[in-house]
Each structure stands twice: as C-alpha cells, then as structure tokens.
Design a protein around this ligand. Structure first.
Ligand code: NAG
Length: 294
C-alpha cells in the first residue's frame, strides 16, 4: 500500500514543481545602457562607471536628471537594478517608470521617496490608463534600498501588470476592461528613470525639506533588462499573442506562491491604498473590487 502511494506522491510533487517553474521568467535579456538609452535632461548629471555597466544620476541644487530608452515597447518584462540615494535623502525622489507620453497617456510608475538618515523610504506605485491616474499605493520595503542593488521590474501583458521588487510581486493591476476600466494595450511605452527634488510633497507630506548641504544626491543603476515587444520593429507582431514567455497562459495571473507573497506585502508593509481611501475617492474605482480578493 505504502509502496503504491509513493509514485503518486512523487507525481504530485513533480506537477507542483512544474507549475511553479512555469511562471518563472527565463534568463533576462541585457539591453545595455549606452546603446539603448539617452539622457532626458541634464546629461552632465549622468555618469557611466564600471566600464559603462553602471550609471549614476546626481541631483544638486541646480538640477536633477533622467534618462529614457530609445525604443518603445508594447508589452513585455522590464527590469532595472537600483541603489537608492544613501544617507539623508529627504525630499528626493527616484523614479523608474514606463510611459507613453501623449495626451491620454498610459504609465506604470515606481517612485521611491527618500527620507532623513535612518528613516524608511516609501515606494509609491501608480498606473495611468488613457490619461487617468489616481491609483496610488504606498508601501515600506523590507530592506534598506540604499545598502545594495535590488531589482525593480514590471511584467505587462494583455491580462495584467505586475510590479515586482526582486522576485516579490508588490502590486498587480488586472485588465478590468469587463468592468469598464481602460487598460494600457495599444500605446507603446518608453522606459524612464529620473532623480529630482520633490520636497514639496515627498517626505512626510512635504514637512521634511531637502538638505542641500548633503548634495549631490546620487542614485546608481545597473542590470538593464528588457524582454519586450519593440513597437518600431518592422512587421512587428504586437500583441504577440502567446509567442513570448511573458505572454503565455502561466502569466495570465499570479501563481499560488506569488499570491502569498503579495498578501505578505499587503499585510505587513502597506501604508496607503487608493482602493481603501474613501475620503479622497468616495466612488471606488471599479478595478478595486478585484483588489479586495487579495
Ligand atoms: C520617513 O520617516 C517618517 C518617520 O519614521 C515616516 O513617518 C515616513 O513614512 C517616512 N517616509 C517618507 C517618505 O516620508
């Protein structure tokens, strides 16, 4: 009896392992900074180090800076490793986002709000569709983002947009077209990053001001990975309809482990969620009914 059970136990384990594997991204695709990105403004505040493998942005009293991808993408997986401004970074915001930059624009945002030395950063995320944002969520991180590089990434396909910090999904925005919510699906986006002074709102709601005696403020970047559908490609088959890994069925939804991780973030690290802010948004956005399942 016992012997007969062993194979089925193994089978269950095997199936479970395969299911877990199905949803893990393959080897990341390097899209090196120097060939694929250009400064958005203040190019003299962007420095290449380590043979061009790392980039540093700096902010001083006069200006911040930023860069953007040359290519535009419609769906894909986008990631970057960032080490945030260390020490006293109150008032300083570091951002990594995808944006279509037109009148009714789509945008997927990570914004890291600095703080006084030893005080925690806040990660604010937002999603714009057809020019409408107002979907802020805020969390604390479970590590100090200034001590080491961590990867921040977005998976965007026709079904969902997932925000990841390392391999932890911190937010998912489902395609809720069925509920009348616009979903980013037809406007290619570029990848952006920037560093700027936002001491009118960023830290403790603007109470903590940037201490310019600590300038320049420096954020570091490496590991530029893009595995997406480049919009400019001739005869490009965007949307790729199941031909790329991030477009497969396994990525229509989070898997079980990812749901548990997201729940963990929700329970322990959430500071703010527009879905529960009935003061600011008395009429809840329709997609928030899905948010409640988490
Ligand atoms: C900064 O630190 C204060 C005090 O710990 C905290 O209330 C706040 O949420 C932190 N982060 C930001 C970005 O304000």
């Amino acid at each position: 009896m016992l012997i007969k059970m062993v194979p089925s136990v193994l089978l269950v384990l095997l199936v479970a392992a395969m299911a877990a594997m199905a949803a893990s991204p393959p080897k990341p695709v390097d899209v090196p900074f120097q060939k694929n990105y250009v400064p958005t403004w203040a190019s003299d505040h962007i420095k290449n180090i380590n043979g061009g493998n790392e980039v540093q942005l700096s902010l001083d009293k006069w200006t911040g800076t930023g860069f953007q991808s040359k290519g535009s993408y419609l769906f894909g997986h986008f990631s970057m490793q960032i080490k945030m401004v260390p020490g006293d970074s109150a008032g300083v915001v570091t951002a990594f986002y995808l944006s279509s930059q037109n009148a009714e624009h789509d945008e997927i945002d990570f914004e890291f709000l600095g703080n006084r030395s030893g005080q925690p950063y806040i990660l604010q995320t937002n999603v714009f569709s057809g020019g409408k944002g107002d979907r802020e969520q805020r969390i604390y991180l479970w590590f100090d983002p200034t001590k080491a590089y961590h990867s921040y990434s977005v998976l965007w396909n026709m079904r969902q947009i997932i925000f990841f910090v390392d391999d932890v999904p911190i937010r998912v925005f489902k395609n809720s077209k069925d509920l009348g919510v616009r979903y980013p699906f037809n406007q290619p986006m570029k990848i952006y990053s920037s560093l700027w002074n936002a001491d009118d709102w960023a830290t403790r709601g603007g109470l903590e001001k940037t201490d310019w005696s600590k300038a320049p403020f420096v954020a570091s970047y490496k590991g530029f990975h893009v595995d997406g559908c480049e919009a400019s490609m001739p005869n490009s088959a965007c949307p790729t309809l199941g031909r790329r890994w991030w477009d497969q069925k396994a990525f229509d939804d989070l898997d079980g482990l990812q749901w548990r991780k997201l729940k963990w973030v929700r329970n322990r690290y959430t500071i703010y969620n527009y879905c529960t802010d009935t003061v600011r948004y008395p009429a809840r956005s329709p997609e928030c009914t899905r948010d409640r399942d988490i």
